[in-house]
Design a binder for this molecule. Sequence first.
Ligand code: MGP
Length: 209
Amino acid sequence: MSEELNKQTEGLTLAEDTVLTNKEEFTAKHPLNSKWTLWYTKPQVNKSENWHDLLKPVITFSSVEEFWGIYNSIPPANQLPLKSDYHLFKEGIKPEWEDEKNSKGGRWQYAFSNRREVQSVINDLWLRGLLSVIGETIEDDEDEVNGIVLNIRKQAIRIGIWTKDCDDAKLRTVGERLRKVLRLADDQKIDFMSHDDSNKKGSEPQILL
Ligand code: MGP
């Protein structure tokens, strides 16, 4: 078998340096367009803990390699406890409605039921969402998207893309990209709600896509 393989690969050469020929390539880092901070919201244990107490920054990174290092060493989405959240936001933006970069914006959200059958797809959807955000393929205007959020709840898992403003045309582009990233079927809808409305009880989403 190895003889046959040797014969087949005899004439092959690698056009460029790779990790196979150049050990420096092992340490190369591929910078991302922006720096990103991962945040975690731990579940509330007693009622005296408010939203701000539960939310903590975990780590900031700026390269593809650091992203994978972090991704592979934190609990996968489907092992997070109920009532916890992951948030990945551009460095300097807090994942809160109150942050001045979020306050005029809102979020596109895809919610799917938290049943055992869907547990296996959570990690896949969340990873595809993360990659679209750090690769900035989710947006045309590189400043429209501030971050991505994962909420683990009993009734539903929610993935939300937080936008800087509520400009209809820009929102639609981001919404359409999100549908593609998550590979949603026609009957799987996402909705948009401004943070102003999220902060009011009983608000209905402004856009359904
Ligand atoms: P949630 O975690 O988005 O939804 O907000 P959940 O857990 O499904 O609960 P529900 O009440 O929407 O059904 C839960 C609560 O956390 C909100 O009602 C707010 O009190 C608080 N909260 C959430 N966010 C994203 C913020 C925020 O950005 N700022 C502040 N001050 N509170 C927030």
